[in-house]
Each structure stands twice: as C-alpha cells, then as structure tokens.
Design a binder for this molecule. Structure first.
Ligand SMILES: [Zn+2]
Length: 496
C-alpha cells in the first residue's frame, strides 16, 4: 500500500505514468510470488479507452422559464457530465420521473406514460424501500438505466442524489466533474451510445428546477422518507446546455497472474481473485493536496492480492483449481477493465467459476464482523460463512443495500457473465463506535486526497482478512463442485 499510494504514483489514474509505475510494481510482485504470466503480453492484457473531458469554462447550462434564461451555476447548483456522444447543444423540456426506474420483473415503471420523447428525465437515485436490493441495484446500473431511458425516448437525464444514500459531501462530488470520463474503445464492448445530455443536480439547490411546477423537491423528499410512491410531473422549465469537451484515446492494461491448479480436470477451471489497480489521479485540491492517492481505494485490495499470492507460495499450497490473480484498470471509470476482461478473458470464459473481489475492504478497526456483498446469492456465501466461523469472525449481509455496493465494483462485470461472486467490507454493529469510524471515513476520505498512507489502519485486522481470503480461495479451489447461484437469486439469470 505504501508503494502504490505514494505521491510519486500520482493517484494511478487509468492511462497515466503513475499507473504504469504501479503496473510494473505489481508485475514484479506477481513474478516474485511465482505466478505465471496469464495476460496477452506477459502478465498484461492491453485495454484501450476513449476519454472525454469537459471544458467547463466554454460550457454553460441554463433554465428557461417564461422565455427568460436563468443560469445554473456549474459546480454549485449542479454539473454537466460528458461522454464521447454528448451533444454540443441541448434544449429540452424536463419531466420529474420519481426514481426513474424500470423493473420489468415487478411491473414497476417510473417512465411509463410520461411522454419523455425528446425530453430530459429528472430523477432521484435509489428506489422504493420495498423493492428487493439486487433488483434495485441492477436496474440502476448505468447500462440498464440507459436502455430504459432510450427506449422511453429521453434526450437526456438529470440525477438528484438520494439524500439517504449520500456518501461524500457535495464539494467532493462536484470536484470530480473535471476527471476524464472513459469508455472502452473496442466496438463490441460499446453496445450503447451515451446520453446526448446528462447532468447531476445538487440536492440542496434543486428547488429552482422545481419552481413553477406546482410541486417542490421537499414534497418529494417527504414521500421518499415516508416510503411512499414518488410523484411524477412535468417541470416548468426547459433545460438549455452548451457543452464543450475533448475526446482522446487512452491505453492501459489489466494484469493477470496464474497459480496453476494441481488437479488434471479441475485445474482447467479458474477461481478469480481481483482488485483494481487504478484510482482517480490528480484532481481538485482539498486542503492544498491534489493527489488522490487511493490508499484504501484500492491499493489495499492490490496489496491483499499480492500478499495472498505470496503466502500461497510460502505455504506451498497446491489448490486443485487454478487461481487467477487479477489486477484491473479502469474501475473508477465504470468497471471498465474488469468488464473488458470478463468479456475477453485470457482463459476459457466458461471455466471461470468465481470472482472474489476486494475493493476497499476498509480495515479501520479490528475484524469482528465481515460484511459480505452477495452473501445470500450463491453457494460462495456458505463458503465464506464456514471460513469466518473457523476464524471467529461474524458474517454480516450488506447493511446499506441502497448504496448498491454489490454492483458497484468489479465483481459485477463477472456477475453479468454468469460468474458467482462476493465482495467484502469490515463490518460493524449499528450504534457502535465502529459505525462512526466507517461513516466518517466515507465523509472525510472516500475519493478524496485524504485517502492516503497517513491514515489509521488496523494492520492486524488487515492481516486477518488476508488469511480469511486465502482460506476462502483454497476452499473454493478445492471444492468438488463449482460455486452455484442460489435458486432464488436474481443474478442467476446471467448464468447460461
Ligand atoms: Zn474502488
């Protein structure tokens, strides 16, 4: 972690020189741990991207009310987000569509009967409290949401962050708007074009968008807090935008190292253990610091990857199935490196049996509880329960399903290809001091320059986590049967 989160790596942005230093380091560590190269060029699997970045000083956003234009202050009231398909100019009516969710399984559709043709859909993130977490999460994924919006004919979207699920202060959310956005450049991977218009509205400044509509956002919030259905209504303003941006190509790579399985048959199957090597690079300064080191996010996961590989070499472990150690790029750009790998694996796709992903498992206090995302979804949940029981650690299910963590990191790229997966966080009990430490970490450090090596880490807890992860890997690698989705899991649909 100290090496990867050092200032000289400049936050390991996808495509940056700092990322390349990190990649060379991981390559060296994989070699030392005796892993075989399992990329296309040694350990590396090259991945190409198209980046887009807004030129905000040459962009503008206005609300048109009764023919009069009212500026939207970029960075304060909201901000524009760009992709390679963003239109130079947009002028459109806007409709508030509640959560903006379409969930066919539940016959739930916020977009039905709204006449969104050529209009901008304004919605608050999240979903009804009664909706099962996995459904809510899946249909909020960028791809699913975009598909539903395009089907409804929307010309763009404006997102209001659900105040119930806010993880970081607005200043940091808004500060991130200058980071380049990226998409995979490969034609086959870009199944859908991007929104011609998209923006994020500051929930604290949202009333100006609602004024004159006969409704207020306050009213929406009250319904949301009372778990009542949200209203849907046209807004009384048109949204007008002029967007200036640049597009360019970026090259980066995933790194794959293999511990070959010892069993003649099972050795041809692979248990993937993954973490992301990229972070968000250099950004808006906070307290004079502009390097977003990403120590927890996700130098910690890469460190665990290396540590588990090293420990397996030292112990002479001979797992039956092969174990593929995977450090991916482009996670912060939308799980892109893992998506590329899951769609173009360097091993037989059907032979990948599981993905155990580490993304900021947050060793901030002793490991008494381990929160497991995907716990109830597959037999991997039973495996982690058994391993934790032996270690005297209590397993917890996701306590904040509204934050969609199960689909927000690289495991989701594998889940979408039918592969059972788990992700992890140090757990806590509501009302405990650990809850405060955990939540303060998000507020103060998550995606900020303060996620650096000068923060408290529970090293003993981190070591214990690595030991648990190693045992889990061996258990899955040695099991007679490959992991399976549970009969009633929503995610089972992706398995062929
Ligand atoms: Zn991360």
């Amino acid at each position: 972690m100290q090496f990867l989160a050092d200032d000289k790596l400049e936050g390991r942005d996808t495509g940056s020189a700092g990322f390349e230093i990190a990649a060379a380091y991981v390559t060296g560590q994989f070699k030392q741990a005796g892993l075989r190269p399992a990329g296309l060029e040694g350990y590396a699997q090259p991945v190409e991207f198209i980046a887009s970045q807004i030129n905000e000083s040459e962009s503008s956003l206005e609300l048109l009310r009764d023919g009069k234009a009212e500026p939207v202050k970029l960075g304060e009231d909201g901000f524009l987000t760009v992709n390679q398909d963003t239109a130079k100019e947009t002028e459109a009516d806007a409709v508030f569509v509640g959560y903006g969710l379409t969930v066919p399984e539940l016959k739930y559709d916020d977009l039905a009967g709204q006449n969104l043709k050529g209009k901008i859909a304004v919605f608050v993130s999240g979903g009804p409290a009664t909706m099962p977490g996995p459904l809510k999460a899946h249909y909020q994924s960028q791809e699913e949401r975009r598909r539903a919006m395009f089907t409804a004919g929307a010309a763009g979207v404006a997102t209001i962050q659900n105040p119930k699920a806010v993880e970081v202060p607005w200043s940091r959310t808004a500060g991130a708007r200058f980071e380049p956005r990226m998409e995979l450049s490969e034609a086959g991977a870009r199944r859908m074009t991007g929104y011609p218009f998209s923006m994020v509205i500051n929930a604290e400044h949202v009333e100006k968008f609602f004024a004159g509509s006969g409704h207020t956002f306050q009213e929406v919030l009250e319904a949301l807090n009372a778990d009542k259905p949200l209203p849907h209504f046209p807004l009384a303003v048109r949204i007008r935008a002029r967007v200036s941006k640049e597009n360019w190509q970026v090259k980066s790579e995933n790194l794959a190292g293999l511990l070959p399985g010892s069993d003649a048959a099972l050795g041809k199957e692979y248990v993937v253990v993954s973490a992301h090597l990229d972070h968000i690079g250099i950004g808006e300064p906070v307290n004079g610091d502009k390097i977003y080191n990403g120590a927890m996010d996700d130098a910690s996961g890469i460190a665990s990857l290396i540590e588990v590989a090293r420990a397996m070499k030292e112990s002479g472990a001979k797992p039956k199935r092969s174990i593929l150690f995977l450090a991916v790029t482009g996670e912060e750009k939308g799980l892109l490196g893992s998506r590329y790998f899951a769609e173009h694996p360097t091993v037989n796709a059907k032979s990948i049996v599981a993905d155990l992903n580490m993304d900021m498992f947050l060793p901030l206090f002793p490991l008494k509880y381990l929160e497991v995302q995907g716990l109830g979804e597959s037999t991997l949940g039973d495996d982690i329960r058994a391993v934790c029981q032996e270690a005297g650690v209590q397993v917890q299910a996701d306590k904040m399903p509204d934050n969609n963590r199960f689909i927000r990191s690289d495991q989701y790229s594998f889940i979408r290809r039918g592969v059972p997966a788990l992700a992890f966080k140090f757990g806590w009990v509501p009302g405990s001091p650990e809850e405060k430490v955990f939540k303060d970490w998000y507020k103060e450090r998550y995606h900020g320059p303060a996620d650096d090596v000068n923060q408290p880490v529970d090293l003993a807890g981190a070591a214990q986590f690595d030991a648990i992860l190693g045992k889990l890997l061996l258990r899955v690698a040695d099991a007679e049967q490959r992991p399976k989705w549970k009969e009633d899991s929503f995610f089972r649909r992706f398995a062929q």
